[in-house]
Design a protein around this ligand. Structure first.
Ligand SMILES: [Zn+2]
Length: 397
């Protein structure tokens, strides 16, 4: 039986000069409205222990538009501004429920520039998307078609640090659960390889990544040598962003294919909760990239399992997956990170570190699953990432 789910599909597009200007203006207004509303809420909360509601923020926005210095807010589509206030409301909801830290101000440089248009603020005709305040539809590169009969309910436009434009279309779709199976798989996060599966399979890092990482390191060194505020620094910053984007794109691609395959082939998918890594303060580039990938993979597995009626089990982060002998259950005393293969002192079995870990994770997950313990959503673990900042990463490969 098909079930209704929301799915987002992200595409690159090429705005005309006019559209780019309109969108840049809108991004600026979205950021301003978000920050100004945050400022007011902060004043109310810390000054008077008073919580402002979305309705109050929205009423304030109406007043701002009437003032001379903020009259320009009325020139862009009002919907993205309202959506910014809704996002702020969600951020405060998460904060008050102790799921996330106090909302932060959006900075021009560090925050992703984006604007969210709901159904009333765009038209969708024969596969062409036209945003409010624009005469022509967006020139979207349909890298893959929307599922047949899908109609977007929300369109989020964004520009990344490399200056590329994207539109993410949220659709309500009917999804058919994946065919029944009893298979289970454990996944170990890696650095030298992307992940290792309990089946013994090692999934390699994306092709060309070693070279791209070297380029990224070089571009970062270059950037650090440029004087602040100089034109050369801006150029160097763009180069770093471009290499970053290329690495991220290739990884995302691989992760999408991998997560779809794992979810289709298995009823139970077991992963390790690795949020503890954030506390380790390990700043190597490889580790940083692998941490981001792991969070992405986990989030993809979470929503794809939900789509296809599969179970995702997250094993406790203090589980000694690497040091536990999968054969006899002995826990080895100590193991340096660079040990790839080890021999159990008790039973003498030789282990590939990662495969042994993935098998242990699978076994632990099946034990947890049999007890009926639930899965904690990402971000709710103490010390973990505060709730996902971006829109739900629901994308099909
Ligand atoms: Zn052993």
């Amino acid at each position: 039986m098909a079930r209704q789910v929301k799915r987002a599909f992200k595409y690159r597009f090429y705005p005309t000069g006019e559209q780019a200007a309109e969108l840049s203006r809108t991004f600026g207004c979205v950021r301003l409205v978000y920050n100004k509303a945050l400022e007011e809420r902060t004043r109310a909360w810390y000054g008077e222990q008073r919580r402002l509601s979305y309705v109050q923020s929205s009423a304030a926005l109406t007043e701002w538009k009437k003032t001379a210095e903020l009259a320009f807010l009325a020139e862009v589509s009002s919907v993205p501004l309202q959506q910014a206030l809704r996002h702020l409301q969600t951020a405060f909801g998460n904060f008050f429920a102790q799921r996330a830290q106090y909302p932060r101000f959006k900075s021009r440089k560090k925050s992703r520039a984006s604007a969210e248009y709901t159904r009333s603020a765009f038209s969708w005709r024969e596969g062409r998307l036209t945003l409010a305040k624009m005469a022509a539809p967006l020139d979207i590169r349909w890298s893959r078609p929307l599922p047949e009969g899908s109609e977007p309910t929300t369109a989020t436009v964004s520009r990344d640090a490399a200056g590329r434009w994207f539109v993410s279309l949220l659709c309500d779709d009917g999804i058919t659960p994946a065919p029944a199976t009893k298979n289970a798989v454990g996944i170990d996060a890696g650095i030298t390889s992307l992940v290792t599966l309990s089946t013994g399979e090692k999934v390699a890092n994306p092709r060309h990544e070693r070279r791209d990482r070297a380029r990224l390191a070089g571009a970062q060194r270059e950037l650090s040598r440029k004087a602040k505020g100089s034109a050369n620094r801006e150029k160097a910053r763009e180069r770093v962003a471009r290499v970053h984007a290329r690495i991220a794109d290739r990884r995302r691609d691989v992760l999408h294919k991998l997560s779809t395959r794992l979810v289709r082939e298995n009823q139970t998918v077991v992963i390790e909760d690795l949020t503890v890594r954030n506390l380790l303060n390990n700043h190597t580039l490889a580790r940083a990239i692998s941490d981001v990938s792991w969070r992405q993979l986990r989030s993809m597995l979470e929503y794809k399992c939900a789509w296809y009626g599969r179970e995702l089990v997250v094993v406790d982060r203090f589980f000694p997956s690497s040091k536990l002998c999968g054969n006899c259950g002995t826990v080895a005393a100590k193991m340096a990170l660079n040990v790839r293969e080890w021999t159990c002192d008790t039973c003498g079995v030789v282990h590939d570190r990662d495969i042994n870990a993935a098998r242990n994770i699978k076994a632990a997950g099946l034990a947890v699953s049999a007890c009926g313990a639930g899965v904690r959503p990402q971000g709710s673990s103490p010390g973990g990432q505060p709730a996902l900042k971006q829109e739900p990463l629901q994308r099909e490969p």
